[in-house]
Design a protein around this ligand. Structure first.
Ligand code: SF4
Length: 62
């Protein structure tokens, strides 16, 4: 089973790094924070790379 991603939107700055690197998984909402629109849109290693580079450290595995 694919791992689920959790974004702590209270901490997200809307910098768009995640959506730029993995647009098949992340998108920026009109409210200006990231959301996951497709949990299975990329392999775990690429998602982990985005998690490791999120400047707000607000993306986590559930
Ligand atoms: S990289 Fe992190 S801080 Fe930047 S938009 Fe994505 S979740 Fe938010």
């Amino acid at each position: 089973m694919a791992r689920e991603i959790f974004i702590d939107t209270a901490e997200c700055t809307g910098c768009e790094l995640c959506a730029d690197r993995l647009p098949e998984v992340f998108e920026i909402t009109r409210e200006g924070f990231s959301r996951v629109h497709n949990d299975s849109g990329a392999d775990t290693r690429r998602i982990q790379d985005v998690i490791d580079n999120c400047p707000a450290e607000c993306i986590h595995w559930k």
